[in-house]
Design a protein around this ligand. Structure first.
Ligand SMILES: NC(=O)c1ccc[n+]([C@@H]2O[C@H](COP(=O)([O-])OP(=O)(O)OC[C@H]3O[C@@H](n4cnc5c(N)ncnc54)[C@H](O)[C@@H]3O)[C@@H](O)[C@H]2O)c1
Length: 257
């Protein structure tokens, strides 16, 4: 077997359509020698249908990251397919409609709590659930949207992402002694199901198209997926708690540039 991830066993969450960033990660990972197990949430028959479009059909395990029973049983379910895990990909985000689109001042705590549970706390929950299968050299990778700034319409999802970025650093702190890394890819805007659920998302699209120094293709998930693969590979052995920007360079610019 050859490729960047030859022989690696990966758990990839977050596939819901073939536009999902997770689908691109799973596809590229298989093309680069990895064995992939997917998890799916909610619409399992849809996820199973999409999984069949991968180069190799991948098994799909049901996982709602807010369901503690499913989290507790995850390692055993994964063991039915692979004998261990070298990498885990968290590609999950959700915020109720009140939390997005300009409603920042009015969103009730219950909705904010849901956003943080699914989008932030779950990063830790997933890593801990997978931990019994992991060993030194393992890698956990998640997806963020630059949370160092306040964006129009992103609202409480931005707060949840700021928490995710911090959670990744704490995971790096707590899993480092076990030889396991935690890193995030900060992607520019991509047209996925999650993005379409954000009212006013096109404001990001226009900004990126006009300003990213390298340009930015809103329909190409591959650059973000490639960065995930690199972080899952053995080529970042001493990197943890890091955020790699895959945004055409947008984050590096100041106002008016
Ligand atoms: N699309 C973008 O512009 C963009 C940019 C930067 C970062 N991201 C991040 O990338 C990640 C993947 O999103 P995407 O854009 O590929 O969209 P997507 O809609 O394809 O994926 C989001 C996934 O989250 C899953 N999910 C939601 N609630 C869940 C739960 N309770 N348990 C388990 N899974 C759950 C959905 O089933 C779906 O598969 C998210 O963290 C998102 O915030 C997206």
């Amino acid at each position: 077997m050859s490729g960047l991830l030859a022989g690696k066993r990966l758990l990839v969450t977050g596939v819901i359509t073939d536009q999902s960033i997770a689908f691109s990660v799973a596809k590229l990972a298989q093309e680069n020698g990895a064995t992939v197990v997917l998890t799916g949430f909610g619409r399992m028959s849809l996820v199973e249908r999409i999984a069949k479009r991968l180069p190799e059909p991948a098994p799909v395990i049901e996982l709602d990251v807010t369901n503690s029973e499913q989290l507790a049983g995850l390692a055993d379910r994964v063991r039915e397919h692979v004998d261990g895990l070298d990498g885990v990909v968290h590609s999950i985000g959700y915020a109720p409609p009140s939390c997005l689109g300009g409603g920042f001042l009015d969103a009730p705590w219950e909705d904010v709590a849901t956003a943080v549970h699914v989008s932030t706390y779950s990063y830790k929950s997933l890593a801990v659930a997978a931990l019994p299968l992991m060993s030194p050299g393992g890698s956990v990778v998640g997806l963020t949207f630059d949370a160092t700034k306040a964006w129009p319409v992103y609202d409480w999802m931005g707060v949840a992402k700021a928490g995710l970025e911090s959670a990744s650093r704490y995971l790096a702190l707590h899993l480092g002694p076990k030889g396991i890394r935690s890193n995030l890819v900060s992607a520019g805007p991509l047209r996925t199901m999650a993005a379409r659920s954000i009212p006013g998302f096109e404001q990001f699209e226009d900004a990126w198209a006009q300003r990213a120094p390298l340009g930015w293709d809103l329909s190409d998930q591959e650059p973000a997926a490639r960065a995930c693969l690199a972080l899952l590979s053995d080529w970042f052995p001493a990197t943890t708690g890091e955020i790699v920007h895959v945004d055409g360079g947008y984050h590096a610019l100041g106002a008016g540039s």
